[in-house]
Design a protein around this ligand. Sequence first.
Ligand code: SAM
Ligand code: SF4
Length: 339
Amino acid sequence: MRLPIPNLNSNTGPLVDGYGRIHNNLRVSVTDRCNLRCTYCMPEEVVFRDRSELLSFEEITHFVRVAAPLGIDKVRLTGGEPLMRRDLAKLVVMLKEIPGIRDIGVTTNGILLADQAQALHDAGLERLNVSLDTLDPGRFRELTRRDGLDKVLAGLAEAKRVGFEPIKINAVSIRGVTERDAVPLAGFARENNYEMRFIEYMPIGADSWERDKVFFAHEILALLEEEFGPISPAPDYDPRSPAMDFVYADGGGRFGLIASISRPFCRSCNRIRLTADGKLRHCLFALDEVDVKPLLRDGHDDIALAASIRANVASKWEGHEINTSRFVKPERTMHAIGG
Ligand code: SAM
Ligand code: SF4
């Protein structure tokens, strides 16, 4: 059953910011909890939010029903670890019923994926990204402060078996780590028909970040070219997309490089974010956020909610300024925002 579009008193039309960027892409964090403790993302010890503070599936769905007439048509569920939120597949079903939502994705660490891949696929989930930085069990333990590589690999295999296509593997690109892991990961992706994506390490975790700790996209490209031969930009490469997509000349598939630091894509950013506790953020690195939970929890003022989303987008800054001395790291670390 399709639910009616909310009456927004003509407050429809695209979400445009002061730099002319149109926003159609929403990231929703469904939990701040995680079953790993990746060093680049979160501290070892964390006090998680009480479950009562998190938006319910009904509240998330309500938010998206108000955002859709404003032009939001892509939603990605993330966290923390989204598969730790019970019955995530139910949320996928609820979101798919919203008129205008044409694409739903999940980003997961894969630990619980073997058990949930079938349900998520049956729910109609379109896009699946699995995060995996290394195929070496020791380095997996060092980076995530937990064991579980075998579970992630089983999750990837099951996701393929149930029919997800493509499956993207995200690896954070860190100097001192990724030099060793890029080629094995890319080889694994080529063999199994996964799409590898390397994301430059960003200053959004609890650890101390320095630019020197980023293993840059062009360095990965050189490593992969040396190992697998000529590489060229993918013919359907969209320059507006954060990922620079490439193909191997030998037919070994495609991969992406997300050069958040060396080639920021802020100029074409089309994303907004909703945290698990109901805060709206116009940028991963935003220092201000808007609490929309009261508008979702204490009565449904859809017109005020739409106005709040529009105002948040309108106030969006030009870019993250990581490469300048003006950069200020947000208080929330990645796991509590939603990557
Ligand atoms: N737990 C899920 C996972 O790991 O896929 C979803 C949440 S996680 C915050 C989303 C993505 O953010 C992951 O691909 C993760 O590797 C990435 N990420 C986390 N911290 C990062 C950092 N400091 N720099 C770049 N990417 C980061
Ligand atoms: Fe958890 Fe994902 Fe952050 Fe790793 S990157 S600690 S899996 S939220």
